[in-house]
Design a protein around this ligand. Structure first.
Ligand SMILES: Cc1cc2nc3c(=O)[nH]c(=O)nc-3n(C[C@H](O)[C@H](O)[C@H](O)COP(=O)(O)OP(=O)(O)OC[C@H]3O[C@@H](n4cnc5c(N)ncnc54)[C@H](O)[C@@H]3O)c2cc1C
Length: 375
């Protein structure tokens, strides 16, 4: 079976690694080289299980930080609710790892059996019942039994094959930055949330990552550090201190949050995986784990294929299994999002009151259900 994977992020490299001994796999990525890009990624028990299947989990345990607890506080740092991550331990402790460490482990696991072509995208893609014909951006052409779009939120494969109607910006902007090594910060996930503004801090072993978000779809200003100080000036001082600690404002990542909500997973012999199909709110930090799950289930269905005529059946089963699972994920993620990402300053005091009253299990049981669910 000849397979093209477009996009070598988390899902694409995991799929290539699963398939490398069973299929003729080519993986392309628009990046000219694999680099040290990105910040931190949360790895939940479900994602860790897939990494274990690939034999790479142990590589992430050494430097990964085990999250002990999560606190939700108001803008002044007064704690509204706190939940321990002990409830998730039976499924594998939740780790924060650098994106680079996870990506490097997955690339290593692909080995040399996958033909990897970097700095390449697709110019034309013609999907049909027996396969797909591709013209690459360097002018070369090839045909494949299956093309997998694992090319992330702004998927070109999705746009080319399914249309451009599925990406929606839902009004939030985010800024992400590292705190310097040794910078004092809470040893669990700490969230300050008030009236359309959020600050998340994720601890790592010797540093941390901060995500600031606002419900206004703000563009990044030239001096992002000044912009962030201004936006969060009414929050407790610890946030201003973190913003002050930024050594190089050029390295502050800024983007607008998007949802991808589409019914289809495949069309003829082109199939989507990961963020390309179901990018969601970062509130649960489960995007990478979901992309890894997709890779696992797709290879699991392709394993059953005896001849290329059966690929469509495998895709239909993949879509069914993943459709059900992603619906549960979205439901959990939207519920948590509604409580944490309250837009209106007027609603914030009511949210704060209710969050103090409801048991923390209101949040944890939703995540636990996801971790328990069979793939
Ligand atoms: C550079 C980068 C940094 C990130 N940093 C973080 C982070 O710090 N924290 C976090 O939680 N999430 C981060 N993410 C998102 C996170 O990796 C994904 O949400 C999640 O892991 C789902 O994985 P995925 O495989 O679906 O998509 P991704 O991991 O986003 O992978 C998509 C891949 O497709 C490639 N690609 C895109 N368009 C094309 C094209 N037209 N042709 C060929 N290749 C293409 C990209 O270069 C990328 O390698 C980052 C994504 C990227 C691309």
């Amino acid at each position: 079976m000849k397979i093209l994977i477009v996009g070598g992020g988390m899902g694409g490299t995991a799929l290539a690694s699963f398939l490398k001994d069973r299929a003729d796999v080519t993986l392309i990525d628009k990046a000219p080289k694999w680099g040290n890009i990105g910040y931190a990624i949360a790895l939940w028990g479900n994602g860790r299980k897939i990494l274990r299947e690939l034999g790479v989990e142990h590589e992430l345990l050494k430097d990964g930080y085990k999250i002990p607890w999560n606190v939700l506080a108001d803008k002044d740092g007064d704690v509204l609710t706190r939940f321990s991550f002990n409830a998730f331990k039976p499924y594998g402790e939740t780790l924060v790892v650098t994106r680079t460490a996870l990506h490097t482990a997955l690339i290593k696991s692909m080995g040399k059996d996958v033909t990897t072509r970097l700095g390449l995208t697709i110019d034309k893609l013609r999907a049909h019942k027996q396969g797909a014909d591709v013209t690459f951006s360097d002018g070369s052409k090839d045909s494949f039994d299956l093309v997998v779009g694992a090319d992330g939120v702004h998927s070109q494969v999705r746009d080319m094959v399914f249309g451009k109607d599925y990406l929606s910006y839902y009004g939030w902007s985010v800024w992400v930055f590292w705190t310097p090594k040794g910078f004092p910060q809470p040893r669990g996930v700490f969230e300050h949330a008030a009236g359309g503004k959020l600050c998340f801090t994720y601890p790592m072993k010797d540093s941390g990552v901060v995500m600031l978000a606002t419900a206004e779809s703000s563009n990044a200003k030239e001096n992002k550090k000044v912009q962030l100080s201004e936006l969060f000036k009414n929050f407790e001082d610890s946030i201003a201190n973190m913003v002050d600690s930024i050594e190089d404002p050029e390295h502050i990542f800024h983007d607008r949050l998007v949802h991808i909500d589409m019914p289809d997973w495949y069309k003829d012999r082109v199939v989507l995986l990961g963020d390309a199909q179901h990018a969601s709110s970062p509130i649960t930090g489960m995007g990478a784990s979901m992309a890894l799950e997709d890779a696992f289930v797709l290879q699991d269905e392709l394993k059953k294929v005896q001849s290329t005529d059966e690929i469509s059946e495998a895709l239909a089963s993949y879509a069914k299994r993943r459709g059900r699972r992603v619906r549960s994920f979205r439901k959990a993620s939207h519920t948590i999002e509604r409580w944490l990402m309250v837009r209106s300053p007027w609603l914030t005091p009511f949210r704060n009151l209710f969050v103090r009253l409801i048991p923390p299990s209101f949040f944890t049981k939703r995540i636990e259900k996801l971790l328990k669910e069979k793939l």
